[in-house]
Design a protein around this ligand. Structure first.
Ligand code: ADP
Length: 617
């Protein structure tokens, strides 16, 4: 089970990766912008606008026209000729994408053009920005125009692709609508109704909110382009012009003032981009950018979904996060079809970063849990080994005694001795089982140590008494060097187990005829009691001393001595002593003997009663 702290760490990590991905993936990052532009262009190719009959036509002043009419210098006579022919074909509106700001040196040319303009109804002329000022048509032309629209195009600053056009531009305090918008207004014969959010012309709502003083509108380029007629061919194709909105301008590569690249990757002359904008307005299939709040919410939703899935779906099911990543790709396409331009970079960055962070955390977390449960299992196994080993001795004694009792006719005194032995050994058995369970629960952190006052003297005496038969068998003398004073605070059973273990080890690892000394020392402030067991046995070198508290460790010397052991007793002793807030000191010399000292918290009072009295006085 994950702890509360782990849950918070997880939530924190997912939140941090979400924030990092958002900051790195928002449109202020050039990489994100480039990426999303490219993505937009792919969507544009993928989902072109519905095909409708074009309502506009480009009358092209192309290479052939310049060639036939004497080049760029002849632009005004060319325009005059074109206007005359166009007017004859009866168009709805004529927009000229040529800036007619300067007077010709030859006044007759301007007069001729003026005359042609006068004969052209619904004429829209072009203005553009020269620095911060409008470059307007000459007054003699302007007065003949139904409108003057700007032909400012602002290709993307990052990659030069022309994705949108400003419907509105303001310079020198004077606002101008785009040439195509003016043409559209004239074609519909309706005024432009504006609000900060959109424009409306004859019931068509154009979603172009004002941003930084302009109203950019994404252009929906028809893949098949806009129909074109060369100036030289107008007379042969009047039907291409009749009733249409005409955009007249230069398309010749050598002369075109501006050629633009559109998202379809096509190189188009500026005049055609105006017609594309007009078709976008006329077609009514507008594209708008997704709201920032919407993007943020979608990204947060993704982070949440990835975080929850990886956290709560078991095992391989958490791979269900992959379709979520797939959705990141699918969603913008869906939105695009509904006219909303949704970015890819930020959601993709969020989805990937949060999933990777969450999955890595989960992996490390699961691995740690696995390791823990493995070490727990092996610890449990060791404890079982220990218990089985410890139980063997009393069981053998019980078994032997009971067999002797049943097989032989023994004198009363002997029977009594044997039944006493059976009784005490079975008690020992039950103590071993109890210790085993206690140590298990202690290691599990399930058990609060008992905190009772234990008379140290009584504890030592009882352990010494239990070991004496063992010592006698090996002709080892057990000597209590001084009277043990003071009380220990803790669990009697466990501390007894620990001290008993030191004593049996001392006897086990000493040859016959030696002595085992037990002595104690109460610290000056009586807060510490040192209980020591010193033998004259096989001893250990410094390297071995360092290892003996490890489970299952046995020195070569001990193995050679012929004593059987499990190598687990001291590890439990150490666990008990440290759980009691104490420690064990060991000094040993190979072949000379060892001294094990338990240093425990103590009190001078000998019983709980005394303790209470002591604390009162
Ligand atoms: P066991 O005695 O069952 O092997 P312990 O954990 O009690 O397990 O002891 C670990 C090892 O430490 C022993 O196998 C022995 O090599 C060494 N050891 C413990 N006590 C003594 C001692 N008094 N003298 C020499 N070696 C000892």
């Amino acid at each position: 089970m994950a702890s509360k702290a782990q849950n918070w760490t997880y939530i924190g990590l997912v939140a941090v990766s979400f924030s990092v991905a958002m900051v790195a993936g928002w449109r202020w990052s050039p990489l994100a912008r480039r990426f999303d532009h490219y993505w937009y262009d792919l969507l544009t190719v993928d989902s072109p606008p519905l095909r409708v009959e074009p309502q506009s036509v480009v009358v092209a002043i192309d290479e052939a026209t310049f060639e036939a009419r004497g080049g760029v210098a002849e632009i005004r006579p060319i325009l005059a000729e074109a206007l005359d022919k166009i007017a004859a074909a009866k168009p709805q509106v004529v927009a000229i994408d040529v800036i007619l700001h300067d007077a010709s040196r030859d006044a007759a040319r301007d007069a001729r053009l003026e005359a042609s303009m006068r004969a052209t109804p619904n004429l829209v002329l072009a203005a553009d920005l020269a620095g911060s000022k409008w470059e307007e048509p000459l007054d003699r032309f302007k007065t003949l125009a139904a409108a003057v629209g700007h032909v400012e195009r602002e290709p993307d600053a990052d990659d030069g692709v022309s994705r949108d056009l400003p419907l509105e531009e303001i310079a020198n305090g004077e606002r101008k609508w785009a040439l195509a918008l003016e043409a559209f207004r004239l074609a519909r014969r309706q005024p432009i109704v504006e609000s900060p959010e959109d424009l409306e012309i004859g019931g068509v709502r154009i979603p172009a909110p004002r941003k930084d003083g302009i109203r950019p509108l994404l252009i929906r380029y028809p893949p098949e382009g806009i129909p074109k007629v060369s100036v030289l061919e107008i007379a042969e194709h009047p039907e291409k012009i009749r009733g249409k909105v005409v955009f007249l301008g230069e398309t010749a590569v050598s002369a075109a003032r501006d050629r633009l690249v559109n998202p379809l990757g096509l190189n188009v002359p500026g005049v055609e981009v105006n017609a594309d904008l007009f078709e976008t307005l006329a077609g009514g299939q507008f594209l708008v950018y997704a709201d920032d709040i919407e993007i943020l919410a979608a990204c947060a939703g993704l982070a949440l979904a990835a975080g929850l899935m990886i956290r709560f779906l078991p095992g391989w099911w958490s791979l269900a996060v992959i379709p979520v990543l797939g959705f990141v790709l699918y969603f913008p396409r869906l939105e695009y079809r509904h006219g909303i331009v949704f970015p890819l970079f930020a959601p993709a960055a969020v989805a990937f970063l949060t999933s990777i962070t969450a999955a890595t955390y989960q992996y490390l977390f699961v691995r740690r849990e696995l390791r823990r449960s493995e070490s727990e299992r092996s610890r449990y196994q060791q404890a079982i080994h220990w218990a089985a080993h410890e139980m063997r001795t009393p069981l053998t004694a019980i078994q032997g005694s009971s067999e002797i009792m049943s097989r032989y006719n023994l004198p009363e005194a002997k029977r009594h001795q044997l039944s006493e032995m059976i009784n005490s050994e079975s008690k020992r058995l039950s103590r071993i089982i109890q210790t085993f369970l206690d140590v298990e629960r202690l290691a599990d952190g399930q058990m609060d140590l008992k905190r009772e006052l234990v008379d140290a003297g009584a504890l030592v005496t009882s352990c010494v008494a239990r070991v004496t038969p063992l010592a006698e068998r090996k002709q080892i003398t057990l000597i209590l060097d001084n009277a043990v004073e003071g009380s220990l605070l803790g669990d009697r059973e466990l501390m007894e187990y620990a001290f008993y273990n030191l004593l049996t080890n001392a006897v086990k690892y000493s040859p016959g005829g030696t002595e085992v000394h037990v002595f104690s020392k109460l610290g000056q402030s009586s807060s510490e009691l040192r209980l020591a067991v010193r033998d004259q046995g096989i001893g250990m070198d410094a390297k071995e001393v360092k290892q003996i508290f490890r489970k299952f460790y046995r020195t070569k010397r001990a193995e050679a001595s012929g004593e059987v052991g499990t190598g687990i007793g001291l590890s439990i002793v150490e666990q008990i002593v440290t759980q009691h807030g104490g420690r064990i000191d060991v000094t040993s010399v190979p072949g000379k003997g060892s001294c094990f000292t338990m240093v425990l918290k103590a009190s001078r009072a000998a019983s709980a009663q005394d303790e209470a009295t002591a604390s009162l006085s």
